[in-house]
Design a binder for this molecule. Structure first.
Ligand code: PLP
Length: 385
């Protein structure tokens, strides 16, 4: 099997599994307990907090709060801020956010908040002037992703943060879920207040994430109950998962072979473009403006769902975009927002690599894709209308 769907989720690194295993067996204490067994768990949680802070370049480990996933971090950041600041109910976000932000903002608009949706161009990029114009006195929070999950397009977070700081006192939340472990992050130097991450996107297991909350920024607790996480998120800590997130963060910080992933991604992209006449890359053609691991390719007039199915039959796992709408025949909301024509949008396929992919896998994929496309030639466009 060749797994090229790492933006959906990643394999747990063996080192991460090894680190968490004792906490699933012999080390089962509750971090809130007063005895040594509990204290050891507390120490493990705090070590992990330090490792996550190290990866994100946070000034203090106390700025990291563990959550269950990226969606929770996003919901807590935006929903929590608005709950605490009811008079500042204007939100700014983009049209290409993950559902965890986009659908939350749609819901907030339904219950009385005002949302300004920033447009993106065909390359997936936003215009800083649009942001400048959108900022208002009652703007409470701006939420913009660091890297798009479907196209890998990167947003200029430092510049965006600077514009927000210069023109308003709005809080800046960044959904960093797809970027962590793939590009360097330095939150102590970036003008960012809240930053969401998710473990399963960078070789930790599913079920753990974190929200960076800059010192001085307050949020009401997302879960009310015990005093865990300094009263910011109740519920007994998922110690094995938290230890795993810490170890994955440490591995990601040490990993220095992003160029190899980038080279494999480029080889895949160039190989497909050379072999398939109408194939085009979705997102910026400037590769520095995209994550090093992601290629989103439009096979114009084909159906992405059919390509995914055929590749699956021969053991190659890819995706049509966001995992959540993989059965849809409509182009994804992200590609629609980029004004990608429908016949290209529905024919788009996302390939996303990790440090575990090899050149042999990419070469095999490049051998198979032209055959798959050739076999689907008769089915072209019939269902697109
Ligand atoms: N934000 C982005 C950009 C994502 O890609 C995802 C997952 O695909 C999420 C948030 C949600 O993360 P989780 O699956 O941990 O809830």
């Amino acid at each position: 099997m060749i797994y090229l769907d790492n933006n959906a989720t990643t394999q747990v690194a063996p080192e991460v599994f090894e680190a968490m295993q004792p906490f699933l067996t012999s080390l089962y204490g509750n971090p809130s307990s007063a005895h040594k067994f509990g204290r050891d768990m507390r120490d493990a949680v705090e070590d992990a907090r330090g490792q996550v802070a190290g990866l994100l370049g946070a000034k203090n480990a106390s700025e990291i709060v563990f959550t269950s996933c990226g969606s929770e971090s996003d919901n807590w950041a935006i929903g929590g801020f608005l709950e605490q600041n009811p008079s500042r109910r204007h939100i700014i976000t983009t049209r290409v956010e993950h559902e965890a932000v986009r659908k939350l903002c749609e819901h907030l608009a339904e219950i009385g908040c005002q949302v300004t949706w920033l447009e993106v161009d065909q390359a997936g990029a936003m215009d800083l002037d649009d942001l400048r114009k959108a900022l208002r006195r009652d703007t409470g929070i701006v939420s913009i992703m660091l890297a798009n999950n479907e196209t890998g397009v990167l947003f200029p977070i430092k510049e965006i943060g600077r514009v927000i700081r210069e023109h308003s006192d709005a809080i800046f939340h960044v959904d960093g879920v797809q970027a962590v472990g793939k590009i360097p992050i330095n939150l102590s130097e970036w003008p960012v207040d809240l930053f969401s991450i998710s473990g399963h996107k960078f070789h930790a297991p599913k079920g753990v994430g974190a929200l960076y909350v800059r010192d001085g920024v307050t949020l009401p607790p997302f879960i009310i109950g015990g005093g865990q996480e300094q009263g910011r998120r109740a519920g007994t800590e998922a110690v094995p998962n938290i230890v795993a997130l810490g170890r994955a963060s440490q591995l990601a910080k040490e990993f220095d072979n992003h160029d190899q992933i980038r080279a494999l991604r480029d080889r895949l992209e160039q190989g497909i473009i050379a072999a398939i006449p109408d194939a085009k890359i979705n997102g910026s053609t400037d590769k520095k403006q995209r994550l090093p691991n992601t290629a989103n390719i439009a096979f114009e007039n084909f159906l992405g769902t059919e390509i995914v199915k055929k590749l699956d039959e021969v053991g190659i796992c890819v995706s049509t975009g966001s995992a959540c709408n993989s059965d849809s025949l409509e182009p994804s909301a992200v590609l629609n927002a980029m004004n990608i024509p429908k016949c290209a949008g529905v024919g788009s396929v996302r390939f996303s690599l990790s440090r575990y992919n090899t050149a042999a896998e990419i070469d095999k994929t490049l051998r198979i894709i032209p055959e798959v496309i050739e076999n689907l030639r008769d089915k072209r466009c019939a269902t697109i209308g």
